[in-house]
Structures are given as C-alpha cells and as structure tokens.
Design a protein around this ligand. Structure first.
Ligand code: AMP
Length: 114
C-alpha cells in the first residue's frame, strides 16, 4: 500500500470529494479550502514535485491544466476570475509530495501571493 496520501485518494483507499476525473488525472475538493471553490487536480501517477517532471510529461501536465480550465468553467469561476497555483518544495509551501494544481475561485485574490 502506498504511503502517499494522494496516491491513496487516487486508488480510492481514502475518501475524497471527487469533482471530475480523466484517464491521467483526478480532481477533488481540498479538505481545507482557501477560497469558496478550492479543487486539487492531481496526476494518477506519482510524481513528487514539479522538479521531478521529465520532458515526456509535457502532455500529462497539459491535460492537468486543461482539466483545471474545464472545471473552472463547470464551477462558474470564469467571470469572476480564478487562480491556478502549484507549490514546488517545502519552502514554497508544498505539504503533499505528489504533484497537484490548486484551482481557487469565488473570491478576489491579491498579488503577490503570501
Ligand atoms: P500543498 O500545500 O501545495 O502541498 O497542498 C496540499 C493540499 O492538500 C492542501 O491545500 C491541503 O489542505 C490538501 N489536503 C491535505 N489532505 C487532504 C485530503 N485528505 N483531502 C483533500 N485535500 C487534502
């Protein structure tokens, strides 16, 4: 059994509030939402950080971004705007070491981020 939290969610071993899924990815609601809509889009395959990506992962990451954009449309976030974020490494705030995109929407966002 994998010790990775998101691998276990992908495998259905830990429950999650699923939003959508594709051949290569799964999207579910963040357990500690930082905005009215906060969805995580994760690859099914375990990749610890963005720094572990290979050139051959370009299509996979494209499918994650396209999935996020479609979920943003489905959740009605486009008119108000939304943010797509990915933390790489503990210093940037990454706490789960399985690549994921944060899709945040439903409130105003400031820049620079904290
Ligand atoms: P990061 O800090 O960028 O690695 O993001 C990890 C995210 O995973 C955080 O926003 C957490 O709230 C979220 N998270 C942790 N455990 C769970 C879980 N069991 N289900 C859904 N989201 C989770």
């Amino acid at each position: 059994m994998s010790e990775c939290l998101f691998c276990r969610i992908v495998a259905g071993e830990i429950p999650a509030d699923l939003v959508a899924e594709g051949d290569d990815w799964v999207a579910f609601r963040d357990i500690n939402p930082q905005a009215p809509t906060h969805v995580l889009i994760v690859p099914r395959r375990h990749i610890p950080t963005l720094d572990d990506l290979a050139p051959s992962d370009a299509a996979l990451m494209g499918s994650l971004v396209a999935a996020a954009a479609q979920i943003a449309r489905d959740e009605g976030l486009v008119e108000g705007g939304y943010r797509l974020a990915a933390n790489c490494g503990a210093g940037a705030g990454q706490s789960v070491f399985h690549i994921h995109l944060h899709l945040l929407g439903g409130r105003r966002f400031s820049w620079p981020p904290g």
